[in-house]
Design a binder for this molecule. Structure first.
Ligand code: SF4
Ligand code: SF4
Length: 82
């Protein structure tokens, strides 16, 4: 399963909970602040995201959306699913 996250950087307060929670180091803190003066979280290694949604669950500001791609990646995987 492959995942993808979308972070609303204007909603983010830079608490780093999501950075510390992600088991794959997907998220980091941006060096440029947002309109509210916080250094927001950004996805820097999105290719490692599994879609586990732990980051979104930890976020106190509901700034993270998680998407999952459950589609099989090959014909072999597609056959196994039947
Ligand atoms: S969904 Fe999981 S793997 Fe993806 S960024 Fe969030 S905590 Fe990390
Ligand atoms: S947990 Fe939410 S508010 Fe905190 S840094 Fe991550 S996205 Fe921003």
């Amino acid at each position: 399963m492959k995942g993808k996250i979308k972070i609303n950087t204007e909603r983010c307060k830079g608490c780093t909970f999501c950075v510390e929670t992600c088991p794959f180091g997907v998220i980091s803190i941006r060096k440029r602040f947002n309109k509210s003066g916080f250094f927001p979280a950004v996805a820097v290694h999105i290719e490692k995201c599994t879609g586990c949604a732990m980051c979104a669950r930890m976020c106190p500001d509901i700034a993270i959306e998680v998407y999952r791609d459950d589609k099989p990646k090959s014909m072999h995987a597609a056959r196994r699913k039947r």
